[in-house]
Design a binder for this molecule. Structure first.
Ligand code: ATP
Ligand code: MG
Length: 257
């Protein structure tokens, strides 16, 4: 299926910093991503939407060098990172916050954040903490608590904070909303949108279509391992039919109560 571009001629702004082309991912004999292409421009907030099992996380993990690519290419800020290690990709400024608020439970909030600094050029610099504490005051209040004592929402905020602290050029967030209350989701996405306004490009993977499109500039819809549609966020939002056909799901706050 060809990518259905639903953008009515509106141009995206900025220079392309991430270019993923024809990405193929397979687990053994099972190919789950069948040639996915998308890009992110400098300072842009891009969302990748798609249902359970569509191949969103596989796409992101292959892009970040966490799982092998069966085909395709990844270019980031002028560099070909197709064969690069996960560590080299992080050092290039692409930081990926994995699905499922992964933090080090035995370590304190502050220790988790300090580990995050190692992904960036200012590794170990404690001055980076203050910006994160200003962005997420609940982390400042709990800086000396073990991460295991945080709620799920606070752990997700910590995971995002530990990604942001490295000051990446591109922050990838894989379903930060999973299992969280709507208010926490809003907080996380609005903090991320502020960072985007300050110049950090964002690539968000979400199932919360309505919410994600409110914050994003541009969106791609992925269905069974293929890009099914793409367009300006406002245009995807306006396209009711598309949302139903491709996602079959709307934000349902009751599920997250
Ligand atoms: N480690 C794995 N081994 C085998 N198959 C896998 C593995 N991880 C994912 N898959 C399969 O690959 C397909 C794509 O999964 P993926 O996790 O990329 O989807 P997703 O869009 O991120 O879904 P979700 O929204 O549930 O996180 C699914 O059919 C899934 O069952
Ligand atoms: Mg996933």
């Amino acid at each position: 299926m060809n990518d259905m571009n639903i953008t009515g001629g509106t141009q995206r702004q900025g220079e392309v910093i991430l270019q993923v082309r024809d990405l193929v991912v397979a687990y053994g004999k099972a190919e789950v991503v069948h040639g996915v292409s998308f890009n992110v421009r400098g300072g842009e907030f891009v969302v990748i939407l798609g249902r359970n099992g569509a191949g969103k996380s596989s796409t992101m993990q292959a892009m970040s060098g966490l799982i092998p690519k069966r085909g395709g290419s990844v270019r980031f800020r002028g560099e070909d990172l197709t064969q690069a290690s996960a560590q080299a990709i992080v050092q290039a400024g692409l930081v990926h916050v994995l699905e499922g608020h992964r933090v080090f439970h035995a370590l304190t909030v502050e220790e988790n954040l300090m580990i995050g600094t190692w992904a960036g050029p200012k590794r170990g610099d404690r001055r980076l903490l203050e910006r994160i504490y200003a962005l997420f005051p609940e982390l400042a209040e709990r800086r000396n608590q073990p991460a295991s004592r945080l709620s799920g929402g606070q752990q997700q905020i910590l995971a995002v904070g530990a990604g942001v602290i490295a000051e990446p050029r591109l922050l990838v967030l894989d379903e930060p909303s999973a299992g969280l209350a709507p208010m926490v989701i809003e907080r996380i996405l609005s903090a991320v949108a502020d960072l985007c306004r300050d110049g950090m490009a964002i690539l968000l993977v979400e199932q919360m279509v309505e919410t994600a499109l409110r914050f994003a500039d541009y969106g791609y819809l992925i269905e069974t391992g293929r890009i099914a549609a793409s367009g300006q966020a406002a245009e995807i939002r306006a396209s009711e039919a598309l949302r139903h056909v491709y996602l079959g799901r709307q934000d349902a706050p009751a599920e997250h109560a």
